[in-house]
Every structure is written in structure tokens, then in C-alpha cells.
Write a protein that binds this ligand. Sequence first.
Ligand code: ATP
Ligand code: MG
Ligand code: ZN
Length: 461
Amino acid sequence: MSYLVYARKYRPKTFEEMIGQKHVVQTLQNAIKNNRVAQAYLFSGMRGIGKTTAARILAKALNCTAQDGPTPAPCNKCDSCQQIDSDRSVDVLEVDGASTRKIETIDPIRETAKYRAINSRYKIIIIDEVHMLSSTSFNALLKILEEPPPSTIFIFATTEFHKLPATIVSRCQHFEFKKITHKDLINHMLYMTKKEKIIISDLGLSLIADAAGGSMRDAQSLLDQAVAFSGDSISDEDLKEILGTISSELLFQFSEAILTEKTEQIFILVEKIMERGYDLRKFFKELIKHFRILLVIKSSQKPGDILGLNERDLKLYAEGAKDSSAEDILRYLTAMQQSEQGLRYSSHPQIYLETTLVGLCFFKKMVPLKDILKRMNELGKAFGKSYSRSHFSPDSRKKNNPPQMSISENKAEEKPKIERKKEREIDKALEDPGVKKFMDTFKAQVISAEPIKKSDKKGEK
Ligand SMILES: Nc1ncnc2c1ncn2[C@@H]1O[C@H](COP(=O)(O)OP(=O)(O)OP(=O)(O)O)[C@@H](O)[C@H]1O
Ligand SMILES: [Mg+2]
Ligand SMILES: [Zn+2]
């Protein structure tokens, strides 16, 4: 038998086998039971979470011949079920929206939709990635949906719901498919690896689930890749290589250096990251995730429920965070998130990363600017003065009694002649009502004034 990738081999064949989409499955099954099947369905949600799978199960449920009518539990044995499973059914048409952009390609759909099913109860037209249709194709489709041919059912699937015209959406029963949770991904992979007799650690499964980001197909494909690379026994190290994941040991070394303020360690560790050829931006993302775990550990009574880590890893993280408070970790995490964008655009990412991380080492010692201002204000009040912001506002120069902004400003005589002339010019310009209005409207202030050159004057009429 030829080799089947896991995504195909483990494609659910019944509604019950579908993971994490209970709200969709239950509604569809009830509709079939109660004979309230809609004419058009729309399945939306991210890649690899079961939209096409559900569309096919629904097609089987509607056309299964094991019962007199549609059934919520297709038999998977009758001709109809088997033909749908192997893409051979003449009454179930599956098209890809991406290749149906041209109006000529939607024409056949319009044609087939007119005729009754040949061998089955229903004619079922599945359009995948329906958002890719051109506007002319949408119009043609809309016409079909306005006068739906009896016993033809449409199932549309899309990863980009927002790109669909409201006119189409309003004619469909819409189901939003959910991301598959970390826990569900891990459990399903446990089931598959047991069946396939693959040896992989809990950490390994968790790494794959992380990388899959909620997509079951991605998790299955990564598992495929790992088996191709390592054979039946997948080591954590191999997996990290495949996923390009930074080893958690290295992440712990970083968090320790930051939390215990060992700046010199930062340079050594960043050098290590560079040597191993990791992408710095990806590394920084991993470090942010690592700090998030530390924060959860510090803030939650039952971090295991949130993080889906095993006892050994939970202990490691608890140990790593034991001398820090949740508030401290939160501050680090916030600062790191704020720096992430900068790293992306920096022309010297290594230096950017080093300075950011060294900055974090000094974090506990650094006092925010607003705290310094607050402190100055308090001191000022104690001495009968206030250093409020208005001292530095652009209006202050106009006041009769200007504040002591700087020594030179106070002693106007000491300024060079040319400087004083410029100031007079600015004041004169500001007296002009037009200029004044402009300045007020845009809350502008004059930074410098240049005399109008003769050549400029000539140019204006
Ligand atoms: N909810 C799920 N339960 C179990 N397996 C799933 C689920 N979703 C996806 N899979 C697995 O992933 C494979 C691909 O799923 P499917 O084609 O249904 O995804 P999709 O949502 O249509 O993705 P895309 O938007 O990329 O077309 C399936 O063959 C199946 O093995
Ligand atoms: Mg699909
Ligand atoms: Zn059947």
C-alpha cells in the first residue's frame, strides 16, 4: 500500500471523530435529524481545522444510502459514502475558489446546479477558498443562490471570511470553526503516535503543538516531517532542529541572567545564539513566550491547566522564577513586547538585542522618567516652586514673567545681536492674525525663522 500522509490517513470520517468543533457538529446533526437542512452553508476559520473535512462528512450524511433519508451518522460503507471518500462521486462537486476566479469556470457550476443529482438524493457543490472568487463570479453565484435549484446544496469554505460580500454571507448558514486547543492537539497526536508506534516525549508533543498554532493539519504535517527525519523514535533534540526551536535550556540561561542582573552573561549568550545560526527575531519571540510561562507560573494557582506542561517542566519553570515577583516579570514582559517591533526593523539586530536585554538587567535599578518628574515636583513644592509642565510650554515665552528656562534666555542682553533680531522677527510674525490662526489651529510653535529670500519673493504673484 502506498504511503499516506497523516493528515489524509487520520482525516475524520464521521462527525464524532471531529475534534474541537462540537458546536458545528451538533447543529449539523440536529438539522439532519429534524429535516431542516439549509440550502447553503458557509464554513469559516483558520487553515487545517476541519472545514473541508466537515463539508465532506455533511455530503456523506446527506447522500448515505444506508437509511431511507439523510442520516447524522453516515455509514462509510455504501457506494455513495465510498465514492465521496475517494473523490469519485458524480453528484458531489468540489471546486477550489482560487482556480474558479474566471467567470468561464463558474459557468459549469451554474449549469450543473440546474440539474438534479444523478445517483443521489442531493447534488452538493463544495467551493473551497470561496473568498478567492472574482466579483463577476460572485455575482453569478449570487444569482444561483437567489433562485436555488431544488435538491442542490452549497457548502462554501473560507479562511478569510471578511473578504466575502455580505450578499453571499446573508444567504448562507454560517459556522465559525475554532482553533484546535493545545490540549486537543496533544491528545490527538498521542493517539496517532500510539497507533503508529512512534516514540516521542511529552515535551516533543508540546513543541509540535506550539508550532502548529491551533491547526490540526500543521501538527500532523510536522509529525510527518519528524518521522521522516528521525524514524520511529523522535528525540527532543531532533525535533528542536526540525522546528528551529531554541533549546529551553538556553532560554533558562537568558532568563536567569536577566532576573539576576548578570549583564556580562547577556553578551556571551547572544554570541551563542548567533553561533548556532538562530534567527534573532525568532529567538526574541521564544524568549517572550518563555517569560509568559514564568508569569503564568507566578500568577496562577494551577499553572499546569493553562500551560499544558508536564510536572518536570512545571518544576523547572517554578525554580527559574522563584526569586522574582509576578510584578517584576510583568515589567520585563511588557518591555520586551514593546521592543519586539524595533528589533524587526533594526539595521543592527544583534546590538539592538544586546542593548535591550542588558537594559532589562538594569530594570530594577532604572526609575521611569515620570517618577523623576513626580519627584522633582515634590521637591519643588517643598521649596515653594512647582516644576509643572506649563514651565516648558510654548506660551511661556510670551508671558510677562518668563520662567527660568535657561540662564541665557533670562539675560537677553548677553545674546548675540542676530539672535535677538530673529526673536523680534518671530514675535512680529506671530502678531499677524493669519499666522496666529494657523498656529492656534495646529497647536504649532515656532522653532526657527528664516528671512524671505529675494528670489522667493519674485516667484510669488
Ligand atoms: N477538527 C479536526 N479534527 C480532526 N482532524 C482534523 C480536524 N481539522 C483538521 N483535521 C486534520 O487535518 C486535515 C485537514 O483538514 P481540513 O482539510 O478539513 O482543513 P481545512 O479547515 O479545510 O483547512 P484549509 O483551510 O487549509 O483548507 C484533515 O485531513 C484531518 O486529518
Ligand atoms: Mg479546506
Ligand atoms: Zn453510507
